[in-house]
Design a protein around this ligand. Structure first.
Ligand code: P1T
Length: 387
């Protein structure tokens, strides 16, 4: 029998192999979908493996996915949830009434809605800042601040937070730092390596990469934090199904290959749009003109396929998004197919108008999730509509 090599040091090899071992009965190379709600126990209160008593608590397909993502994020553990929002919810549910959170102002609209409309009602206070300004984060901290939550790049303005600096500021105040790493993906950015305590994903996006599941995951280094998240998931019930875990595990095996193409196409589209006279502004951290380009280049290995542009008016935004043929008009991002959307009317419609305006989410802002199609087809699609 040949020894299995364990070449786990490089990202692509880890994406393919981490967490995955041949199934012991047949040697099936693919992790089975353990589509079961419960497990037969050999004796009362003695579940197999010490943990396999019930599907909400333990599932081997889910565990394989979690082990994979933990390695890709340079963590020790990862905990999967039924959606990205369920993952963020669990992070905030560690807190109690009277606690305070400093949050990036330009998060996904659903994250802001969760904080303002659900957690604020339960007695948790939020202060919103531009976390690209480390001093603004420091100034917002209070003695009862227990969490700093940032998104980088932000959705949809592509602002960058200095993870290392903000982690130090949060830790000085006794707070943890969670980073929503959805837009970057672990291929491009690993917040735990930069000092963050939690790296959270809407795995619905780049990690799964095929627009066929709703899924969330949190990676951590600290065992006690992982146990807390597992406890919260078990107690509150936001578990992903085994089939969804299997689809995400299948998707993540090509993360490195997909991200190279997303990064290349994203840059090509950003450059094309930057030079176009009908486009007022381009927001893409890979362009030297992005105000935080140097910071992005320092903490990211690539700049993703997410590009936002301001075309001036809602009318022009509608015309662009409704007439593309390769880019599909839809919410979400990070799948192999290109999508295009108008955040003010779609993903960020639940954010109050003044707050949207303050962040630059104008009615003329268009967000592109550049897929992995051929670059020439993507540019031709935009050229045909923009003229
Ligand atoms: O949709 P869900 O898996 O629950 O993830 C929520 C979420 C969390 N964090 C970020 C940065 C996100 O972008 C999202 C979801 N975003 C979209 C659906 C969107 O089109 O922006």
């Amino acid at each position: 029998m040949t020894e299995q090599p364990s070449p786990r040091s490089r990202f692509g090899t880890r994406a393919v192999h981490a967490g995955v071992t041949p199934e012991p009965v047949t040697g099936a190379i693919m992790t089975p979908i353990f589509q079961t709600s419960t497990y037969v126990q050999p004796a009362v209160g003695e579940p197999r493996g010490g943990t396999y008593d019930y599907g909400r608590t333990a599932n081997p397909t889910r565990e394989a996915l979690e082990a994979n993502i933990a390695e890709l994020e340079s963590g020790t553990r990862a905990v999967a949830f039924a959606s990205g929002l369920a993952a963020i919810e669990a992070i905030v549910k560690r807190l109690s009434a009277g606690d305070h959170v400093v949050s990036e102002q330009n998060t996904y609209g659903g994250t802001a809605r969760l904080f303002d409309k659900v957690f604020a009602r339960l007695g948790i206070d939020f202060t919103y800042v531009d976390s690209g300004d480390t001093e603004a984060v420091r100034a917002a901290l209070r003695p009862n601040t227990r969490l700093v939550h940032v998104e980088t790049p932000t959705n949809p303005m592509m602002r960058i937070c200095d993870i290392r600096a903000v982690a130090a500021v949060a830790h000085d105040a006794g707070a943890l730092l969670s980073v929503d790493n959805t837009f970057a993906s672990p291929y491009n950015q690993r917040p735990l390596e930069l000092g963050a305590d939690l790296s959270v994903h809407s795995a619905t996006k780049y990690i799964n990469g095929h627009s066929d599941v709703i899924h969330g995951i949190v990676a951590v280094r600290d065992e006690a934090l992982a146990e807390e998240l597992l406890f919260l998931r078990m107690s509150t019930g936001a578990v992903p199904g085994p089939m969804d875990c299997w689809l995400t595990l299948r998707g993540v095996k090509t993360l490195h290959v997909r991200m190279r193409q997303h990064n290349a196409n994203g840059l090509a589209v950003a450059r094309y749009l930057e030079a176009h006279p009908r486009v007022d502004r381009v927001y893409y951290p890979g362009l030297p003109g992005h105000p935080q380009h140097e910071l992005a280049a320092r903490q990211m290995d690539g700049f993703t396929g997410m590009v936002s542009v301001d075309v001036g008016t809602l009318e022009r935004a509608r015309s662009l998004t409704e007439h593309c043929r390769v880019f599909a008009l839809a919410e979400s991002l990070g799948g192999v197919e290109s999508l295009i959307s108008v955040p003010a009317l779609m993903t960020h419609a639940s954010v109050p108008e003044e707050r949207r305006a303050a962040m630059g989410i104008t009615p003329g802002l268009v967000r592109l999730s550049v897929g992995i199609e051929d670059e020439a087809d993507l540019l031709e699609d935009l050229e045909r509509v923009l003229g």
